[in-house]
Ligand binder design. Structure first.
Ligand code: ATP
Length: 215
C-alpha cells in the first residue's frame, strides 16, 4: 500500500474500528456496508467512508467492506501485526494491574519486565514477569529489545526515569504518571491520565445534577 500521512484524528478512531470489526468477525459477519457499520458505531456513514478511504478505500459499491480484510489492514496500520515488547516502571497497584492484564498480549503487547526501587517488591513476580531493580534498567535495555516503556511511578520520579529511558534509546513511552513529560520530539509519548478522565466524568455528573436542580 502507498505510504500516506494519516491524520491524528483518524488514527485516534482506528482502534475503535478495529474493535468493532473484531466483534463482527467473531459473530461470523463477512462483509458490511458503511451504513450498517455507521448505525452500529454511531458514527455517520460519510465519516466512516472518509476515514477508511484514507488508506485505500477498501469498500466497494454495492458490496461494502470485506470485514476480515479491513481488520487486517487496520491491524497493519496500527502495527498490531507485530509483537511489541513492553516494560513497566513502577510495580505498585497500577503497574500490577497492567502486568496482570493478559488481554494486552492477545494484541501483541508482551510485558517482559517490571522495575521498581522498593526492595520489598524487587525479585517478586507478577504472573511470570519479574520485578527487577531500577538500577538494572540501562543494562536490561541494552540486552533486550524494548519497544515501549510504561511509567506507573509517582510524578516526582517520572521526569528522571523518562530521561534515562530516552538516553537508552527508548522511543515510545506510555505515561500514567500525573505529569507532562518534555522529551525530544522523536520520542512518542501517550499520556493516560486516569484522574483527568475521572474529573471530566465528575464535571458531567455535576452539570447533569445542576440542570436537574434548575428544572
Ligand atoms: P503502592 O502500592 O506502593 O502504594 P501505588 O501504586 O499506590 O503504590 P505509587 O506511589 O505511585 O503508588 O508507586 C508506584 C510504584 O512505583 C511503587 O511500587 C514504588 O515503589 C515505585 N517507584 C517509586 N519511585 C520509583 C522510581 N524512581 N523508579 C521505579 N519505581 C519507583
Amino acid at each position: 500500500m502507498e505510504e500516506k500521512e494519516i491524520s491524528k484524528a483518524v488514527i485516534r478512531r482506528l482502534p475503535r474500528y478495529y474493535r468493532y470489526l473484531g466483534e463482527l468477525i467473531e459473530s461470523g459477519v463477512e462483509r458490511i456496508s458503511s451504513s450498517e457499520l455507521s448505525s452500529r458505531m454511531k458514527v455517520t456513514a460519510s465519516q466512516i467512508r472518509q476515514d477508511l478511504n484514507n488508506f485505500g478505500g477498501f469498500g466497494q459499491q454495492g458490496y461494502g467492506y470485506n470485514v476480515k480484510f479491513l481488520y487486517s489492514e487496520i491491524a497493519k496500520i496500527l502495527g498490531l501485526d507485530k509483537k511489541h515488547n513492553v516494560i513497566i516502571i513502577g510495580a505498585g497497584n497500577l503497574g500490577h494491574a497492567i502486568a496482570n492484564y493478559v488481554a494486552f498480549e492477545k494484541r501483541g503487547f508482551i510485558m517482559t519486565a517490571l522495575f521498581d526501587i522498593n526492595p520489598e517488591r524487587i525479585g517478586k513476580k507478577i504472573r511470570d514477569i519479574e520485578v527487577l531493580p531500577l538500577s538494572e534498567l540501562e543494562a536490561y535495555i541494552k540486552e533486550n529489545e524494548v519497544d515501549i516503556a510504561t511509567l506507573t511511578i509517582p510524578k516526582t520520579a517520572a521526569k528522571e526515569v523518562a530521561e534515562r529511558l530516552v538516553n537508552c534509546g527508548v522511543k515510545a513511552i506510555w505515561n500514567f504518571a500525573h505529569t507532562d513529560l518534555n522529551l525530544p520530539e522523536d520520542v512518542l509519548v501517550e499520556n493516560v491520565h486516569l484522574s483527568e478522565s475521572l474529573m471530566r466524568l465528575s464535571y458531567n455528573i455535576t452539570s447533569v445534577e445542576k440542570s436537574r436542580e434548575e428544572q
